[in-house]
Design a protein around this ligand. Structure first.
Ligand code: SF4
Length: 183
């Protein structure tokens, strides 16, 4: 029976998880959604490897490090419909603030965030433990082709629902008016 369902995934890159929290705000629509799609990958389910043959994916967050870059490329190669989910994925948004802070290159950002600002009571983290940062944080469309953009910080649940219903019905989601707002 599940083989007849659309395969759906959500992915969390450089974001605060607020977009996924908004996804969970779909409340009872999640039950309806679960009857129509098979969730094959998401931070909210325990599947470790992104599978082949995914029909639709919502990707939260900007691309900040090499792990994100590799994941974005893998997801694109294995997915039919890819949606940049939330302002960080669409424009870089909050995650890209480090591009503007004058902190210099990725190495100096890493030094500042993980060494200089480390908790005095905890162990000092070693450089190399976290994935290598990209020199600049970039939105998703700068590294892979994006099919749809779902703006908002986070996108309200009603907007996510509208998008998903259109996709499930085989239509082209066309956001209008307030649904095109950022922030
Ligand atoms: S768009 Fe807003 S809510 Fe979503 S990951 Fe970015 S900061 Fe968080």
């Amino acid at each position: 029976m599940d083989s007849m369902k659309m395969k759906m995934a959500t992915v969390w890159l450089g974001g605060c998880s607020g977009c996924h929290m908004s996804f969970l705000d779909l409340d009872e629509f999640l039950v309806e959604l679960a009857q129509k799609v098979q969730f094959v990958y998401s931070p909210i389910i325990d599947i470790k490897e992104y599978p082949d043959g995914v029909d639709v994916v919502l990707i939260e967050g900007a691309v900040c490090n090499e792990e994100h870059l590799e994941m974005a490329r893998k997801v694109r190669a294995r997915t039919r419909i890819l949606c940049a989910f939330g302002d960080c994925a669409v424009t870089g948004n909050v995650t890209a603030i480090r591009n503007q802070l004058g902190l210099g290159n990725a190495e100096s950002v890493l030094q500042r965030a993980y060494v200089e600002l480390a908790d005095d009571n905890g162990p000092v983290p070693k450089l190399g433990v976290v994935p290598r940062l990209l020199e600049r944080v970039v939105p998703l469309h700068e590294v892979v082709p994006v099919d749809y953009y779902l703006p908002g910080c986070p996108p309200p649940a009603e907007r996510i629902k509208f998008f998903l219903i259109q996709i499930l019905e085989g239509r082209t989601p066309a956001l209008k008016g307030d649904d095109i707002k950022f922030g």
